[in-house]
Design a binder for this molecule. Structure first.
Ligand code: 5GP
Ligand code: ZN
Length: 139
């Protein structure tokens, strides 16, 4: 078995688990953006979001919410919380077992998203409508 997260589920490699049920496992990221960085994964191996059934996707999000609240109740430094998922290599996915990142944020923590240079120029409504139309028909 080569999937590192499946090995964590099967306790073949160590991890620091914060939550577990029949469907979902949540454990500490080995390379945290900030202290308290948790990964939330389905126990059944799936590479991408498209492979998940709605029940599993729902269960993952419920656990993300639990972790968010647990972080806020902890004495870790938490001024805000990011929920982040990279779906596909171009989106930054490095481990191909679906995972949500849930991690604390605070002012000047050094983490940030990088935007393209012309990001400040808002597109015309017609462009937004055209994109909406392409997505809507597949929803
Ligand atoms: P991605 O870039 O795919 O969204 O995120 C993969 C995450 O998995 C990274 O944040 C990385 O630090 C974490 N990671 C990679 N290998 C291991 C591991 O063996 N154990 C744990 N706990 N996290 C890992
Ligand atoms: Zn896996």
């Amino acid at each position: 078995m080569t999937c590192i997260f499946c090995q964590i589920i099967e306790r073949k490699i160590p991890s620091s688990i914060v939550y577990e049920d029949d469907t979902v496992l949540a454990f500490m990221d080995i390379q945290p953006v900030n202290p308290g960085h948790v990964l939330v994964i389905p126990k059944k191996h799936a590479e991408s979001v498209a492979e998940l059934d709605d029940e599993t996707m729902g269960a993952l999000n419920v656990v993300c919410k639990k972790v968010n609240q647990a972080l806020r109740k902890s004495d870790l430094k938490v001024e805000g919380v990011n929920h982040f998922l990279a779906d596909g290599e171009a989106a930054g996915q490095e481990v191909f077992h679906v995972h949500f990142h849930v991690f604390p944020r605070f002012a000047n923590d050094g983490f940030g998203l990088k935007f393209k240079e012309d990001y400040a120029n808002l597109p015309p409504r017609s462009e937004l409508d055209a994109a909406a139309g392409k997505i809507k028909k597949n929803c």
